[in-house]
Write a protein that binds this ligand. Structure first.
Ligand SMILES: [Zn+2]
Length: 240
C-alpha cells in the first residue's frame, strides 16, 4: 500500500504539471492576439499622415475654385465696363478689377504654401511607414517566439501525457479508481501532501490518531476536512 501511495502521489504531481502546461498552451494564443491587435493599432500613425495629405489636396482644390470664381467676377466687371458712360464709373470698375487681381495673387500664394506642405506631409508618411515597419518587426519577432514556445509546450504536453500513462499503469487499480472519482469532485487535487501534521491542501491540523495511522499502517487515510487522500513520505518520518 505504501508503495502504491508513492506512485499515486507521483501521479498527482504529474497531473499538476499537465494542468500547468495546459494553462500555458491556452494562454499563449491570447497573448499573441493581444500583440497582433497592439501592432495593428500602431499602423494608424500612417493613416493619420495619409489623412493629412488628403485634407491638403482638398484645401488646394477649394483654393483653385476660389480663383475660378474671382476670374468670373473679373470677366463680369469687364463686360460691365463696356457699358459705362462716366469716367467715375470706369474708374470704379477698374479699381474693383485691380483688387480682385491682387486677390488672385494672394490665393495663388496660398496654393503654393499648400504644395510645399504636401511635400512635407508625404515625407511624414514615408517616416511613419518606416517607423511602423520597425515596430511591426519587433512585434512579429515576439509573436514568432511565442509560437515556438507554444510548439514546445504542445510537445511537452504529449510527452508528459505518455509519462502519465506509464504512471497510471503502475498504480493499484483500486487506488486509481478512487483517484479518478475524486479527481472531478476535488478539482484535480486528490492527493494532499502532509506537511508536518497539516493537510497540504486545506491546511487543517490532522488529528494525531489519523496521523499515526497514516504513518504506521500506511492505510488510505482521508483528510477529515477536505476529503482528500493524505500522503506523507514515510521514509522522511522514520528518519526524523
Ligand atoms: Zn485537507
Amino acid at each position: 500500500m505504501k508503495e502504491g501511495l508513492d506512485i499515486l502521489y507521483a501521479l498527482q504531481q504529474k497531473d499538476d504539471q499537465l494542468k500547468e502546461i495546459e494553462a500555458v498552451i491556452k494562454d499563449i494564443p491570447v497573448r499573441i492576439k493581444e500583440l497582433e491587435d497592439e501592432r495593428d493599432s500602431r499602423s494608424d500613425m500612417i493613416e493619420k499622415a495619409k489623412k493629412k495629405l488628403q485634407d491638403n489636396g482638398e484645401e488646394r482644390k477649394k483654393l483653385e475654385r476660389e480663383i475660378v470664381a474671382i476670374r468670373d467676377k473679373i470677366a463680369k466687371y469687364k463686360e460691365q465696363m463696356k457699358k459705362v458712360t462716366t469716367n467715375k464709373e470706369f474708374q470704379g470698375f477698374s479699381n474693383e478689377i485691380k483688387f480682385e487681381e491682387a486677390n488672385i495673387v494672394a490665393v495663388e500664394e496660398k496654393i503654393i504654401e499648400k504644395m510645399i506642405d504636401s511635400d512635407e506631409i508625404m515625407g511624414g508618411i514615408r517616416d511613419a511607414e518606416i517607423e511602423f515597419k520597425k515596430i511591426a518587426d519587433s512585434y512579429n519577432q515576439q509573436i514568432k517566439d511565442m509560437l515556438s514556445n507554444l510548439e514546445y509546450h504542445k510537445n511537452k504536453l504529449a510527452e508528459e501525457n505518455r509519462n502519465k500513462k506509464e504512471l497510471r499503469a503502475r498504480v493499484d487499480p483500486k487506488l486509481l479508481k478512487a483517484y479518478d472519482s475524486l479527481f472531478v469532485k476535488k478539482a484535480g487535487k486528490v492527493v494532499s501532501y502532509v506537511h508536518s501534521d497539516f493537510c497540504g491542501v486545506c491546511n487543517i491540523k490532522i488529528r494525531p490518531q489519523i496521523l499515526s495511522e497514516l504513518i504506521l499502517s500506511g492505510d488510505l487515510m482521508i483528510c477529515e476536512n477536505c476529503g482528500r487522500i493524505l500522503y506523507k513520505k514515510i521514509v522522511d518520518d522514520a528518519e526524523a
